[in-house]
Write a protein that binds this ligand. Structure first.
Ligand code: BGC
Length: 722
C-alpha cells in the first residue's frame, strides 16, 4: 500500500530556503580529478580517437581521485548522487547530509543496475528471449538485494524502449522490438526491483527509461531525432512505459531524443499531460545525464539558463549532471520567470521518494558487513546460470549436430572463448570481470577434452585433432550499449575468414555468438551447420553455453528481435504494415534489388533439441477477452519448454495496421510425445487502435488469429468481431 506523505512534505518545504530547495534537485556523480593536463572528458576522447593508448589512459586513471563535492553537500546543494555503489562511501556521504546540513535531509543514491549488480545476469535483450516474466522478476530481485546492500536506492532501469533497428547499440538494454514483450518485461522488472514495500532495506526504486521512443531514433543512430505519428507512438512505443507505471515504478527518466521537434527533456505534453495527468504518476522525474544542458545543442534553448527554465516548467524534477538547475533555478524563481510553486512541486517529488524509501527514518540502509555477505551468493549464481541457459537461442542445427555426444573432441577457436571480461556485455558497472566464467574455463572445470586456439598459428593442428570445431564469434561488449550504433552489423572480416578456414578442414563447425544486438550473419549461416546465439550472458556465460552444447540444457529461447539478412534491410521488424505492393517476386514490389524480402531469422524464432507441432486452433469469445486455444505436442525425443505465441491481424481496421501483432504468449513444458491444450487470453481492449483523429477505436470486423512457435510458422483461424 502506498503511503501518503503530503503533510510531511509540505511541512519540510516550509522550512526550506530557496537554495535548499534547488539543492534537492541536484544530482551529481563523483568527478575524477588527477594530475591530468586536460579534462577527464577530453582524456576519454583522446583514448577513443587513439591519441593515447588504453595503457596510458589506465596509468593516468591510477593517479585519479574521486571528488564527491562534499563542500556543496554540506551547504545543502546536493540532493542525490549517481554512480556510487559501495556501502562505506554511501554511508559516509549520507552522514554528512543527515548530520551536517541544516535540515538533515537524506541523500538519494541512484545507479545503473541494468542486468545484475555484482552477479551479472544476461543483458536485457538476451533475457527477454526467455519470454518468462517470473524469471525476469527473480533476477531483478537478486539485483536489488545486491545493489541495496551496496547502498543503492534507485536503479536507472528498466529500459523499455521498443527497438526495431538493429543498428542502434542500445537494443541490448531492452526487451527487443515488440511492445507487448517490453511491457511484460518492464512490469516484471519493476516488481522485482521494488518488492512490495519500498521502505524495506532491500527494495530499490525503479526508474523507467527512456521516456519516450528513444529506440526509434532515425536510422538507428544514438540520440537521433524521433519524428512519428501519434498513432504509431501510442500503439507501438507508449505501452511499455505505461505498463511500468501501472506496475508501480516510482521514477521516470525522459529520453535524450526530441519527439516531433521537442526534446523529451523539456516536453511538457509528455511530462505533464501524459505522465502526470493521464497516468496520474506522482513519482520522481529525473533527466538523463546532462540532458537539460543539451537542449542548447538541440537548438531549443539559447543557453543553460533557458534550458533549466524550460525543463522545470515542463515537469523535470531532478537534473542529472548538467548543473543547470543549481546554477540558474534560484535566480529564475527570484525573477519570477519560474513560479515557486513549480519548484515546490519538483522538490516535493524528490522528498516523496525519499520518504517512501524510508530514508528519513533509516538513512543508512546498509553497511559493509551486509554488503560483503550479500554479493554473489551461490543461489544468485545458480539463478544467473538458469537465466543464461534460458536466454540462449539455437538458430541453426543441421542434422542435429548438437548436442555433442560425450567423448567428442572439441576444438575451440576465437578470442571471445577465453575472454571472461567480455561476458558481461554493456552496462555492468558493478561487475568484476574475475567473477565471470569463460567457455574455456567451463570446459576446464568439467574436465572435458578440448583444445583451444586463439590465433591462426596452431589452428590447423587444433582442427586436425578435434571432432567438432567451435568458433566463438561476435561483438566486444563495447560494440553495443550507449553510443555504440553501427552502420554495418555483419561479423568482422577476420572472424568470417577464420570460419571459412575452419569449414575448409571438412570438420563440422559450430558457431557460438556473443553479441549485444541482432547481427546480419547470412554468410555465417551459409558456411556452418550450427549456430548458437549466446548474446552477452553475464557471470555464468561459459557454463550456460556448455550446458547447451552438451545437452544438459535443452535450448528454449526465442528471438525477441528480428535478425536481418543484410544491414541495409534495417529497420527490419515483424510488425510492419503492408504497402499496396508487398515485397514479392515481381519487380515492382516493395523490396531491395540486392537483399531478400525476408529476414534471416524471424521474430519469435528459436530451435530446440526436440520438435513441436501445433494443431486444433479454436477461438472463443470469453468475458473481457478472446480465448485462443491451441494444442501443442512435443514430437521429438527430449523434454523441452516451448514458447507458444499468438498473433493477430486486423484487416478491417480504418487505418493500415501491422501484418501481425503479438497479443499473448506462454511457456509450456512438454515431455516427449506429450501434448497440451494451451489457452491464451487476448483482452478485447488490446485489439483496439487509434483512428485518423486519434480516437481510440475498438476493432470490429474479421480478426485473423495465428498461433505457433514463431511469427512465420503458425496455424491460423479467424473470428468476426462486431
Ligand atoms: C544513459 C542512461 C543512464 C545514465 C546514468 C546516460 O548516459 O543514457 O541510460 O541511466 O547515463 O548513468
Amino acid at each position: 500500500m502506498k503511503k501518503d506523505y503530503e503533510k510531511q512534505i509540505q511541512k519540510l518545504l516550509k522550512k526550506m530556503t530557496l537554495e535548499e530547495k534547488v539543492g534537492q534537485l541536484q544530482q551529481c556523480g563523483p568527478s575524477l580529478v588527477g594530475a591530468f593536463e586536460v579534462s577527464f572528458e577530453e582524456l576519454l576522447d583522446m583514448m577513443f580517437d587513439g591519441r593515447i593508448s588504453q595503457e596510458e589512459f589506465d596509468k593516468l586513471m591510477g593517479t585519479a581521485e574521486q571528488d564527491f563535492h562534499e563542500e556543496d553537500l554540506r551547504a545543502g546543494r546536493v540532493g542525490s548522487y549517481n554512480g556510487i555503489g559501495d556501502a562505506d562511501t554511501v554511508n559516509r556521504l549520507q552522514k554528512i547530509a543527515v548530520e551536517e546540513t541544516r535540515l538533515g535531509i537524506p541523500l538519494l543514491f541512484g545507479y545503473d543496475v541494468i542486468h545484475g549488480f555484482r552477479t551479472v545476469t544476461p543483458i536485457p535483450l538476451a533475457e527477454s528471449c526467455a519470454w518468462e516474466p517470473a524469471l525476469w522478476e527473480k533476477t531483478a530481485r537478486v539485483a536489488a538485494e545486491e545493489a541495496t546492500a551496496a547502498g543503492v536506492h534507485l536503479t536507472f532501469a528498466p529500459m523499455v524502449d521498443v527497438a526495431k533497428d538493429a543498428r542502434w547499440g542500445r537494443v541490448s538494454e531492452g526487451a527487443g522490438e515488440d511492445a507487448l514483450l517490453n511491457s511484460a518485461y518492464g512490469a516484471a522488472k519493476v516488481k522485482g526491483f521494488q518488492g512490495d514495500d519500498l521502505a524495506k532495506e532491500d527494495a530499490m526504486a525503479a526508474c523507467v527509461k527512456h521516456f519516450v521512443a528513444y529506440g526509434a531514433g532515425e536510422a538507428g543512430r544514438d540520440y537521433n531525432r524521433v519524428d512519428m505519428s501519434m498513432q504509431r507512438l501510442w500503439e507501438e512505443y507508449m505501452p511499455p512505459y505505461q505498463a511500468c507505471i501501472e506496475a508501480g515504478a516510482r521514477a521516470v527518466m525522459p529520453a535524450f531524443n526530441d519527439l516531433n521537434g521537442v526534446p523529451c527533456t523539456v516536453n511538457s505534453w509528455l511530462l505533464r499531460d501524459v505522465l502526470r495527468e493521464k497516468w496520474q504518476f506522482d513519482g520522481l522525474v529525473i533527466s538523463d545525464s546532462n540532458a537539460i544542458a543539451e537542449c542548447v545543442a538541440h537548438g531549443i534553448a539559447a543557453d543553460k539558463r533557458e534550458a533549466a527554465k524550460q525543463a522545470v516548467i515542463a515537469g523535470m524534477d531532478m537534473d542529472m549532471s548538467s548543473n543547470s538547475y543549481i546554477e540558474h533555478l534560484k535566480e529564475l524563481v527570484e525573477s519570477s520567470e519560474v513560479e515557486e510553486t513549480v519548484l515546490d512541486e519538483a522538490v516535493g517529488d524528490v522528498l516523496r521518494i525519499k520518504f517512501e524509501l524510508g530514508l528519513f527514518d533509516n538513512p543508512y540502509r546498509t553497511d559493509k558487513e551486509r554488503e560483503q555477505r550479500t554479493m554473489l551468493k551461490p543461489e544468485y549464481r545458480a539463478l544467473a546460470r538458469e537465466a543464461a541457459g534460458k536466454s540462449i537461442v539455437l538458430l541453426k542445427n543441421e542434422n542435429s549436430i548438437l548436442p555433442l555426444a560425450s567423448g567428442t573432441r572439441i576444438g575451440v577457436f576465437g578470442s571471445l572463448a577465453a575472454d571472461k571480461g567480455q561476458m558481461t556485455g554493456a552496462w555492468a558497472i558493478g561487475a568484476n570481470p574475475d567473477d565471470c566464467v569463460s567457455l574455456t574455463e567451463a570446459l576446464e572445470a568439467r574436465k572435458i577434452s578440448y583444445r583451444y586456439s586463439a590465433d591462426s598459428a596452431d589452428m590447423q593442428k587444433t582442427a586436425e585433432e578435434s571432432d567438432v570445431l567451435v568458433a566463438v564469434l561476435g561483438e566486444m561488449k563495447e560494440e553495443s550499449g550507449e553510443a555504440a550504433s553501427r552502420a554495418e552489423i555483419t561479423l568482422p572480416p577476420e572472424q568470417l575468414a577464420m570460419v571459412r578456414e575452419l569449414a575448409a578442414t571438412g570438420k563440422p563447425v559450430i558457431a557460438v555468438l556473443f553479441n549485444g544486438r541482432p547481427l546480419a550473419i547470412s554468410q555465417l549461416d551459409k558456411t556452418v551447420p550450427a549456430i548458437v546465439e549466446a548474446w552477452h550472458l553475464g557471470v555464468e556465460a561459459g557454463n550456460a553455453v556448455l550446458d547447451v552444447l552438451l545437452g544438459d540444457v535443452n535450448p528454449s529461447g526465442k528471438l525477441t528481435t528480428t535478425f536481418p539478412a543484410a544491414t541495409g534491410q534495417c529497420p527490419m521488424y515483424y510488425a510492419h504494415t503492408n504497402t499496396g505492393r508487398p515485397g514479392g517476386k515481381s519487380k515492382f514490389t516493395s523490396k531491395y534489388l540486392d537483399a531478400p524480402v525476408e529476414p534471416l531469422y524471424p521474430f519469435g524464432y528459436g530451435l530446440s533439441y526436440t520438435s513441436y507441432s501445433y494443431k486444433e486452433l479454436s477461438i472463443a469469445k470469453l468475458e473481457g477477452a478472446l480465448g485462443v486455444t491451441v494444442t501443442v505436442r512435443n514430437t521429438g525425443e527430449k523434454a523441452g519448454d516451448e514458447i507458444v505465441q499468438c498473433y493477430v491481424q486486423t484487416p478491417a481496421a480504418k487505418r493500415v495496421r501491422p501484418v501481425r501483432e503479438l497479443k499473448a504468449f506462454a511457456k509450456v513444458t512438454l515431455k516427449p510425445g506429450e501434448e497440451k491444450a494451451v489457452t491464451l487470453k487476448i483482452p478485447y481492449d488490446s485489439l483496439g487502435y487509434y483512428d485518423w483523429d486519434m480516437k481510440w477505436t475498438p476493432y470490429e470486423g474479421k480478426l485473423k488469429v495465428y498461433a505457433g512457435g514463431n511469427v512465420k510458422d503458425t496455424i491460423e483461424g479467424e473470428i468476426q468481431l462486431s
